[in-house]
Design a protein around this ligand. Structure first.
Ligand code: GDP
Ligand code: MN
Length: 387
């Protein structure tokens, strides 16, 4: 779960990182109040889940209220590479002497946290990593020890932080690591981490990704997701407790259980198809849940054919068949379905389907056969009309 800059900064502040005081607002009027409260000059910052806001014109300094209103008015509603700005962060502007970079990520291949630091911040770090790799310190941390202060000081020195701010940088690195660890983040990045003329070290930007699977341990963070900017179908699925992931092909996939869904994706890809989404109905789905699943899959208008791959265990195939029949009554799908039912009550499920004689529903005996059929149907079908 990606956080907006100001939400990331809230977490930073919780763990002792220095950030500027500010307010999140959604109107020009509130922006003016906020600026008055935090004190001019202020910086007006678009809150969207994409970097490079500064270059796109989404970060502006304002010396007084007239400038503030002009910038806030222009940035609200702005489109930054497909992300509409609905929220602004107004913070007291900082004077900048140097711009550094710091991050903590999970290095999955090393199974360890990785701390990165560079004195070349404020620019794209990928560029530094590619062109001047010696300028980017990368240090793996033993997860049991955590980032010790002496290690953080070494990183600061090795990275070339100016001598009088190495303590400040080390404190920032330790606090950043602590944010990453304690909040169950997979990424915590500051670009730029600035040094002010008064030699204070603080986070001017924040990019934090929380591990969604660990969110149950952080009830206080559950309100942080940027619901407005999520895919609306994914959001609806999440609200109903269904695993739904949008992909960019044209075959909708429903299975029960993560393993089966994953292998279904593989088999469809092997057969030359491209999944549009996948939905894991989980174990023990009843007809109502299946009906809902069909609705969610078809809400994605890129879908040109749907594959149901059900291996009945606690999920009963007759319930799946009933759900599909109910869905056809209500949703009236315009695209072909391929259904493979196997396992608990499969004969009954197939009998129900045969009896219902649904338009454009094909049954397959095996997973490979089902995949080949659905790919065939998706490519031979003319452009879908209506929905
Ligand atoms: P990004 O472009 O999405 O990475 O947004 P940032 O929050 O990193 O802001 C972009 C740039 O705006 C920073 O690299 C700074 O150079 C500048 N900037 C942001 N806040 C301030 C501030 O308080 N004072 C000054 N002088 N510049 C700022
Ligand atoms: Mn930045």
């Amino acid at each position: 779960m990606d956080l907006l800059e100001y939400q990331g900064k809230q977490l930073f502040a919780r763990h002792g990182l220095h950030v500027s005081p500010g307010r999140a607002v959604v109107t020009v009027e509130d922006a003016a109040h906020a600026a008055h409260e935090v004190g001019y000059p202020v910086v007006v910052k678009a809150q969207v889940l994409i970097g490079g806001r500064g270059k796109a014109g989404g970060v502006k300094l304002a010396a007084d209220e007239a400038e503030l209103r002009e910038h806030a008015g222009r940035i609200l509603g702005m489109d930054i590479r497909g992300h509409t700005v609905r929220t602004l962060w107004i913070e007291h502007a900082s004077d900048i002497a140097s711009e550094y970079y710091a991050s903590v990520v999970l290095d999955r291949s090393a199974k360890a946290p990785l701390v990165m630091f560079s004195v070349e911040g404020g620019v794209e770090i990928e560029e530094v990593a590619r062109e001047r790799p010696e300028k980017l310190v990368r240090r793996r941390v033993d997860a049991l020890d955590g980032l010790r202060r002496e290690d953080a000081l070494e990183i600061a020195a090795e990275g070339g932080a100016e001598e009088d701010v190495r303590d400040g940088v080390a404190d920032a690195l330790v606090a950043l690591y602590e944010t990453w660890r304690a909040e169950d983040a997979t990424l915590a990045e500051i670009n730029p981490l600035i040094v002010t003329p008064a030699r204070e070290v603080k986070a001017l930007d924040a990019k934090v990704t929380l591990d969604g699977n660990a969110l149950y341990r952080h009830p206080e963070n559950q309100g942080l997701s940027d619901r407005e900017n999520e895919d609306p179908i994914e959001r609806e699925a999440a609200e109903q407790g269904v695993q739904y992931v949008k992909l960019d092909g044209d075959i909708g996939i429903l299975g029960n259980g993560a393993g089966l869904v994953m292998s279904t994706l593989d088999v469809v890809a092997q057969a030359g198809g491209r999944p549009a989404n996948f939905l894991d109905a989980g174990g023990g789905s009843d007809a109502a849940k299946i009906k809902q699943a069909v609705r969610l899959i078809l809400a994605n208008h890129a879908v040109r054919a749907v594959l149901f791959n059900i291996f009945g265990g606690i999920t009963r195939c007759d319930e799946v068949a009933r759900g599909l029949i109910a869905a056809f009554e209500e949703v009236r799908p315009q695209v072909p379905f391929v259904v493979r039912l196997d396992g608990t009550n499969d004969q009954e499920g197939r009998r129900l389907l045969a009896e219902a004689n649904l338009p454009n529903v094909h049954t397959a005996a095996t997973m490979n056969e089902a995949a080949a059929m659905v790919v065939q149907l998706a490519v031979t079908r003319p452009e879908k009309v209506g929905a």
